[in-house]
Write a protein that binds this ligand. Structure first.
Ligand code: SAH
Ligand code: MG
Length: 212
């Protein structure tokens, strides 16, 4: 079921990094994988969260979204994707949590989406729940992108879905770590690629192959 016009308008008005065609593919893939627990890594102000949250609400899934809300390297002052209006004047740090809370409230998604505020290293130390749908869109350094894959993709159930954003096989188009993650997932045999939409890759967790 496509999201309502009202939800699409809220997603469009939310700051973030998710083109409409990729958002539609993400939402469709999530709905196809069915209910259960869905996990998003990298919330920012909640743009992709609204798309995924609307899909979760439609099928009765729970969506957890993880971010420390202080932005990635490229969001810091002096970098390409810095937005000065997101800086907390008290701390001088980026803080996207207030925007996220406003977005979820406007979208009536507070009962469907559980925000977790912390780094993926922190959350990874205690995460133990099986995941039906995993969306990796957090830090794009090699170390953390690999960490996030290793830490959370091992919990994706057989038949579950892994979505990876900002995958650029040609280094001229963007950073390589998400592409390395997709290659690792496919080469391990634990995941098979299902579709490509822009920089979004959708993979499926095979059964019978140990996570690697
Ligand atoms: N999905 C969002 C975009 C996410 S941008 C959208 O659709 O617009 C990437 C996010 O990852 C940033 O908000 C940043 O704060 C977060 N991030 C970066 N490193 C992180 C880490 N180590 N742990 C948790 N979140 C992190
Ligand atoms: Mg992204």
């Amino acid at each position: 079921m496509p999201p309502s016009d009202e939800l699409l308008a809220i997603a469009t008005a939310t700051k973030g990094f998710m083109p409409d065609d990729e958002a539609a593919a993400l939402s469709e893939a999530a709905q196809t994988c069915g209910p259960g627990l869905w996990l998003e890594i990298g919330t920012y102000c909640g743009k992709s969260t609204v798309h995924l949250g609307a899909a979760a609400q439609a099928v009765g899934a729970d969506l957890v979204t993880v971010d420390h809300h202080h932005g990635s390297e490229e969001n810091q002052p002096g970098w390409q994707w810095h937005d000065a209006s997101l800086v907390d004047p008290e701390t001088g740090l980026i803080d996207t949590l207030p925007s996220l809370r406003r977005t979820l409230w406007l979208a009536h998604l507070e009962e469907t989406v559980t925000p977790v505020v912390g780094s993926t290293a922190q959350v990874g130390r205690w995460w133990a729940s099986p995941i039906n749908f995993l969306f990796l869109d957090g830090n794009h350094t090699e170390e953390i992108a690999q960490h996030d894959y290793e830490t959370f993709a091992r919990h994706v159930v057989p038949g579950g879905t892994l979505a990876v954003h900002d995958v650029f096989p040609d280094p001229a188009d963007g950073g390589a770590p998400p592409w390395h993650v997709v290659q690792r997932a496919v080469n391990s045999g634990a995941f098979e690629q299902i579709s490509v939409t822009g920089s979004l890759r959708i993979l499926w967790r095979t059964s019978g192959v140990a996570f690697g």
